[in-house]
Each structure stands twice: as C-alpha cells, then as structure tokens.
Design a protein around this ligand. Structure first.
Ligand SMILES: Cc1ncc(COP(=O)(O)O)c(C=O)c1O
Length: 396
C-alpha cells in the first residue's frame, strides 16, 4: 500500500480567524516595491534618546535587565501605570493585583477576551471596528455582534441597546477610535455604561489612543466608578509614547477578573519583555514634553491630511477625525475596497487599508493613517491626486 501522509488537522479555533488586512497590505506592497504608506498605524517618531539610554544603561549595569520580570510586570512600572490611571482617569487601582503589564494592549485585550468569553457568548462591537477585536472574540469562540456607529461615526447607544441579547457578556469600546478617528461624546459613553450595568455586562475599554485627542480631551469609560467592578481598562505604550516595537501595554481589572487574566498571561508570554518594560518605565516617568510634542505633531498631520483630502473632494469624502491618526475616506467608484486598495498599491504606489476590513460601515471606503512623516504624507497625497486625476481624465 502506498503511504499517504496524514493531512494535518487544525483547530476550529484557528480556522475561525484570519490575519488582518492592516498587516496584509504592507506585505502586498513589499512585493510591488516603491510604495509610500497611509496604511499601518505606526507613528513615525523614533524612540527618544532618554528612553534608549535608560534601556542601554540597565542592560549594561543591571543583570536583571535581561531576565524575566515578575510575571504581572515590573513593580515600579505597575505603580507608575496605577499613578497614570489615578491622575488621568480618577481610576484608583492596586498595583499589586489589579494591574498587568502585557505584551502590548493586544495581549491584554486577548487575555480579557479569553477570560470573559466562552463558546457562543456574544460581545458587542461598535462598527466599523478595530479588526483584532473581532478576531480575538472569534479566537475565544465567541460571536461578535456589531452595533453600527451613526453615519457621522459617533457612538450610538441605541444601536448598542438593540444588540444586547441574553448571550451578551461584554462590550468593547475604544475612543479615540480606530479606524474612524472619532472621539466618542461623553453622554453617549455614559449611556453605554448604563446599558452595561442594566444588562450585567463587562466593559472592555480599549484606551490605546487616549492621549491622542486633538480638539478636547477624550472621555474614558475607565473614569466611571460605577463601572469599576465590571471593567477591563486597557492601555498601550505604542501610540502615545511611539514605542510600537517595544511591545508593552497595560490593563486594569478588578481582582477576580485580573486573577483569571494572569493565568492566560502566564500561558501566553510569562511576562512582557524586560527591555520593553524598562523603556516603558523610562517613558512614563521621564520628561513628558517630548510625548506631548508627538501629539502636537500628529494634530498638525491631521490638519495636513484633511487639507489634502479637501483638495480631493469629488473623489474622496471623509469625516474630520478628532483623534488617533486615522481617517476613513469614501470613494465613489463602484468597486470593492480590496480591489480599490490593490489598485492604489499597483497603480499609484500608495498603501491604504480596505475599509470593509473594519466591518460594517467600512464599505466603499479606505482607511488612511496620518502617522507617517509629513514628507511621506505629502508624497502619498500627490500620488493619490495623480491617480484620481488619471481616473477622471483630470489634472490637479
Ligand atoms: C484600537 C487598538 N487597540 C489595540 C492595538 C494594539 O496596540 P499594541 O501595540 O499596544 O498591542 C491597536 C494597534 O493598532 C489598536 O488600534
């Protein structure tokens, strides 16, 4: 009998999820070459010198710097994060037992999802949404239930209320918002908090972009004491401190939830990387002017992106983003967003992310990031003007 190798069997869990388009488009662009990016959500800034110096000094002089930290994270960093949450949100957390230092906000969110969601449980996701929220719910074998944002991308508590069923376990809210750049209004957030309390839901508050709100400070659900016992509040060092590659994030959860999350964290990573934690501690406890400077620069890039989009009126419509570094641009051609994004890579040399990768509300749209340096943004918009001009036989 000829030997037929057994085909490998994969879990249902892995079969339910996919790699998000935010990661796929740069891979496609790498094959084409010469592209400029309005794609992935990375602020362009280099790690500040004082953070690099702190990490190098620790690695040179402290043998512990290259070893595991305590499993929930460096005690000094957990204390500093608790201080930040108390100062900015009035959320008073015990750094021992209620704060986790994770491998980015991503790992903290996944730990929360795996703790809160069982097979068949539902999680409400305002949409369009950050794709990984959805993939994480699916990985936990739960069901994402979309609650559409209003057409102006504001949070719609009525849509959230309509999405609640007896299977709903949690709602995930992120403001400033990826992919729309919306900053949700306090009354809408409070109305969603009331829904969570009324239906006994956990609120997962993803505050990855909390410091990047350009017109007024963003209100966070983490600031509501009445949610404290049903809250997982996740933060990140990636965007505010431009430390995307150091992979450090944090989470607050009340002890019963945190005790469970720590088991997942232990299974997945043991601890966040020590050099990353040292960088995060230096960033959080060092001079903040460099980071507020990053936010001011991103606000200027927001204005630049809006000016350039205004010049493309007739080709692209958009709603002015108030935070994060994203804008959803709606095009007029009747083709699917992936086809449009692929055309832009091949014909214009510009990376964008297909809007429908962000779920309902992203149809006929592209997500543009304005995290890149101004020269790159201008180059990308020049290329878009040329592309859309060619399309319509116009010149700009
Ligand atoms: C809404 C949102 N949450 C979480 C993350 C992941 O952040 P981190 O780099 O801290 O894992 C991102 C990254 O783009 C994001 O946009």
């Amino acid at each position: 009998m000829p030997h037929t190798p057994a085909s490998p069997r994969f879990s249902r869990r892995a079969g339910r999820i996919k790699i998000s388009a935010t990661k796929l488009m740069p891979m496609l662009a790498a094959e084409v070459g010469g592209c400029v990016s309005l794609g992935q959500g990375v602020p362009s800034f280099a790690t500040p010198d004082f953070v690099v110096d702190a990490v190098c000094a620790a690695l040179r002089h402290d043998p512990a710097a290259g070893k595991y930290s305590l499993q929930p994270g460096l005690p000094d960093l957990r204390r500093a994060v608790a201080g930040l949450l108390a100062h900015e949100k009035g959320l008073h957390a015990d750094p021992v037992g209620e704060i986790l230092i994770a491998v980015g906000a991503m790992e903290a969110l996944l730990a929360a999802m795996l703790v809160l969601v069982d097979r068949g449980d539902e999680v409400i996701v305002p949409a369009p949404s950050y794709p990984s929220h959805v993939e994480q719910i699916l990985l936990a074998e739960g069901t994402p239930v979309f609650a559409r944002l209003r057409p102006d991308f504001s949070l719609d508590p009525e849509a959230v209320a309509r999405a609640v069923t007896e299977k709903t376990r949690a709602i995930i809210v992120s403001s400033p918002h990826n992919p729309t750049g919306a900053v949700f209004a306090e009354p809408d957030l409070r109305a969603v908090a009331d829904i969570a309390i009324r239906h006994d839901l956990t609120v997962i508050c993803d505050d990855t972009y909390d410091s990047l709100s350009y017109d007024a400070p963003a209100f966070s659900l983490a600031a509501l004491p009445e949610l404290r016992e049903r809250l997982v509040a996740v933060g990140s060092f990636s965007k505010r401190f431009a430390l995307t590659g150091w992979r450090v994030g944090h989470a607050f959860a009340p002890r019963p939830i945190m005790d469970q999350m720590l088991k997942i964290h232990d299974c997945a990573t043991i601890c966040a990387p020590m050099p990353g934690q040292i960088a995060a501690l230096a960033a959080l406890t060092g001079p903040q002017d460099v980071f507020t400077g990053f936010a001011r620069t991103l606000a200027r890039r927001r204005d630049l992106a809006c000016r350039r989009l205004d010049a493309l009126a007739g080709h692209l419509d958009y709603i002015r983003p108030a935070g994060a570094f994203y804008v959803m641009a709606r095009y007029h051609e009747d083709i699917p967003p992936m086809d449009m994004a692929v055309r832009l890579i091949r014909e214009a040399g510009v990376i964008t992310i297909p809007g429908d990768a962000f779920g309902p509300g992203g149809e006929q749209s592209l997500r543009l990031s304005f995290g890149a340096a101004e020269t790159e943004l201008n180059e990308a918009f020049d290329r878009l003007e040329e592309f859309f001009g060619r399309e319509r036989g116009e010149t700009f």
